[in-house]
Design a protein around this ligand. Structure first.
Ligand code: HPA
Length: 278
């Protein structure tokens, strides 16, 4: 798809088809379909119906905007995302975030599946992201500056401190142990070699995955506060004795996805009022 995503047209379409525009949007990654099932009064709008967005291709990604209530909080879920490894331009990868911003959501929470590099992070753990490494070596902000975006956004603290503490407090309230960590985004789709994992470890990465960073870069350029959670689906390559498959990643997403959902349900009322205040 060569034409840029029609952000204005897509947002207008969603505005006309959603019951309302919630303050909080949640972007869910590989296999975290549990969040969609947890929504009450759900209204689904498949990506394929939104003008200018392609349908998703990866198994485990259904590809829809879903409006509903998570507990008592109204949210808009972006279920499924576009990845660089699908051969799509970054403009498409970050298209939904630009659309959500244009629509008027005020804060974003991203979830993803990740491999754990930190020795204390194990499959099934939920990790609050505290910082990022962009090892995809390109930016979605290249080219003309988009309306509502900054040319040179500050990335010194890309994950909102207030949202991070709301997520930590929600975990404490639920009695769920969570760690915080640095997420490195690589391009994929091949999983890492053992030497690459050793390199990532020395660079300061606790987790490795193939998404989220371009989306947070765009959110930063638009001044939208972000939080992010990784669900550890596996120990990174070479750090476990077994080889790694996409099926294993999806399976762990299904097994531990409920913990992510409970955490988001608990945190949602406060995540929607974010912005460094806490
Ligand atoms: N590497 C990269 N991406 C991933 C991994 C991994 O080990 N697990 C889930 N997504």
């Amino acid at each position: 798809m060569k034409r840029p995503v029609d952000v204005v047209g897509a947002a207008a379409f969603l505005d006309g088809h959603l019951p309302s525009v919630p303050r909080l949007a949640i972007v869910v990654g590989s296999g975290l379909g549990a969040l969609q099932s947890a929504l009450a009064d759900a209204v689904h709008i498949p990506f394929a119906e939104v003008p200018g967005l392609p349908a998703t291709t990866v198994a485990g990604h259904s590809g829809a905007f879903v409006h509903g209530r998570l507990g008592d909080t109204e949210v808009l879920v972006q279920a499924g995302r576009f990845h660089l490894y699908e051969g799509l331009p970054l403009d498409v990868v970050v298209g939904p975030v630009r659309i959500l911003a244009r629509l008027g959501v005020e804060s974003l929470v991203f979830t993803n599946a990740a491999g754990a590099i930190h020795p204390l992070m194990q499959p099934g753990d939920v990790v609050i992201l505290e910082d990022l490494l962009n090892l995809q070596f390109r930016s979605p902000l290249g080219g003309p500056v988009r309306e509502g975006e900054e040319r040179f956004p500050d990335m010194s603290d890309p994950l909102d401190r207030g949202m991070r503490s709301v997520l930590r407090e929600a975990a404490t309230a639920l009695g769920v142990g969570v760690q915080e960590g640095v997420y490195a985004a690589v391009s994929g789709p091949a999983y890492e070699t053992r030497a690459e994992v050793r390199m990532l470890q020395r660079m300061g990465a606790d987790l490795v995955g193939m998404s989220t960073v371009p989306e947070i870069v765009v959110a930063a350029a638009r001044g939208l506060p972000c939080g992010a959670l990784s669900l550890v689906t596996n120990r990174a390559t070479g750090l476990s004795t077994t080889s790694l498959s996409h099926r294993e990643v999806l399976e762990m997403g299904r097994l531990a996805g409920d913990r992510v959902v409970s955490l988001l349900r608990q945190a949602a009322p406060k995540l929607g009022q974010s912005g460094e205040a806490k």
